[in-house]
Design a protein around this ligand. Structure first.
Ligand code: NAD
Ligand code: DAU
Length: 333
């Protein structure tokens, strides 16, 4: 396969590229990434010399760049590129609309024009919105709460329309919250690990009782791989780990692993429109033969160790994020 991965310098995309290069030595992978604040070529240092890998700095909204890459040597597209942080979307939604919606449109057009074999859209459980009890199935209606979730839901609808109208061979994956190596230290788990390592306060939103379903990034990579090879065209696949935890549970686990005091927890103002609970019914992908391999407690500890041992990776990124925290909290974090 000759694969275009967009957003491959980000958290899940870089894990996925490393996973693919390891598993399929004959696949050619092109990584198209704009290198926004969350894109980081250091995430791929260990594979950058692999002859089957090449990096192109570019924007998925740029038709010229996208067309030239797709036309030249690509038969499969996986679109990971996105603005991905809910809190940023609440402060400044514009880039989310531009990248997550218009960028997806640009890729779909190229996929259509150059008759791509497979187009995989990496979406999210956030498109369904919050659920108090039970779990969302792929057929449930979309009810996004944040501008981020709405931009991802819009992109999903565009993808589905390209399947219906143009028979574009696309598949959508909707996964729950990922954690693991190389996650930008603005998301709950890496932010709280790195804040605790620096003896900074952990800003827990609201009552800390919101629930997320935590999926180890490598388990998500395995799910995307399966969907790429065995998924049915035109379908949507939920990818959840059935591993629900409240935010306060996650916070206490991180502090316990690091041997830090719970006095570091600071309850702060809630996120506007904060979804209470996400939960996915993943029976469809489980029927295809996938299930998560990683035990949460072990993988969380391993993730904490990774951040502990890779301070030079995240310190610089946290400095980059200061501007955002000044806007969010009106002060240094
Ligand atoms: P991330 O923010 O770590 O990475 C996003 C990457 O996209 C970065 O490398 C960035 O430079 C690149 N990018 C942004 N705008 C671009 C543009 N206009 N053109 C080209 N590249 C651009 O995000 P992530 O957490 O790795 O998420 C990857 C995908 O998975 C996203 O589509 C996200 O919606 C989805 N997702 C994430 C999670 C999660 O828990 N992190 C869960 C479900 C779905
Ligand atoms: O569910 C999948 C989604 O998971 C992905 O689509 C998004 O790209 C990804 O960012 C993530 O969204 P969340 O909003 O669920 O993740 P985040 O890490 O931002 O927050 C997780 C929970 O922790 C949420 O209930 C908000 C809370 N939180 C988060 C931060 C950053 C805090 O209490 N304090 C914080 O400082």
């Amino acid at each position: 396969m000759r694969i275009l991965v967009t957003g491959g310098a980000g958290f899940i995309g870089s894990n996925f590229i490393r996973y693919l290069l390891g598993k399929y030595p004959d696949y050619e992978i092109t990584n198209l990434d704009k290198l926004t604040y969350s894109g980081n070529l250091e995430n791929l240092r260990d594979v950058e010399k692999n002859p089957n890998y090449r990096f192109i700095k570019g924007d998925i909204r740029d038709k010229k760049v996208v067309d030239s890459v797709v036309k030249e040597r690509v038969d499969t597209i996986l679109n990971f590129a996105a603005e991905s942080h809910v809190d940023r979307s609440i402060l400044e939604p514009e880039s989310f609309i531009r990248t997550d919606i218009y960028g997806t449109y640009t890729l779909l057009e190229a996929a259509r024009r150059y008759k791509i074999n497979r187009y995989i859209q990496i979406s999210t459980d956030e498109v369904y919105g919050s659920i108090e009890k039970g779990s969302f199935k792929e057929t449930d209606p979309l009810n996004p709460s944040s501008p981020y979730a709405a931009s991802k839901a819009s992109a999903d609808l565009l993808c589905l329309s390209y399947f219906t109208t143009y028979k574009l061979p696309m598949i959508i994956t909707r996964s729950s919250n990922n954690y693991g190596h190389y996650q930008f230290p603005e998301k709950l788990i890496p932010l709280f690990i790195t804040n605790a390592l620096e003896n900074k306060l952990l800003p827990l939103y609201g009552d800390g009782m919101n629930v997320r379903d935590w999926l180890y990034a490598l388990d998500n990579c395995r799910a995307i791989d399966l969907i790429l090879h065995k998924g049915e065209i035109g379908e949507i696949y939920n990818v959840g780990a059935d591993n629900e935890r409240t935010n306060i549970e996650i916070t206490k686990s991180v502090l316990k692993i690091l041997g830090k005091s719970e006095d570091l927890i600071r309850k702060v103002k809630d996120r506007p429109g904060h979804d209470r609970r996400y939960s996915l019914d993943s029976s469809k992908i489980r029927k295809l033969g996938w299930e998560p391999e990683h035990n949460f407690e072990k993988a969380l500890k391993e993730t904490v160790d990774w951040y502990r041992n890779n301070e030079s990776w995240w310190k610089r990124l946290k400095e980059k994020a200061e501007e955002f925290y000044k806007k969010q909290y009106g002060m240094e974090n």
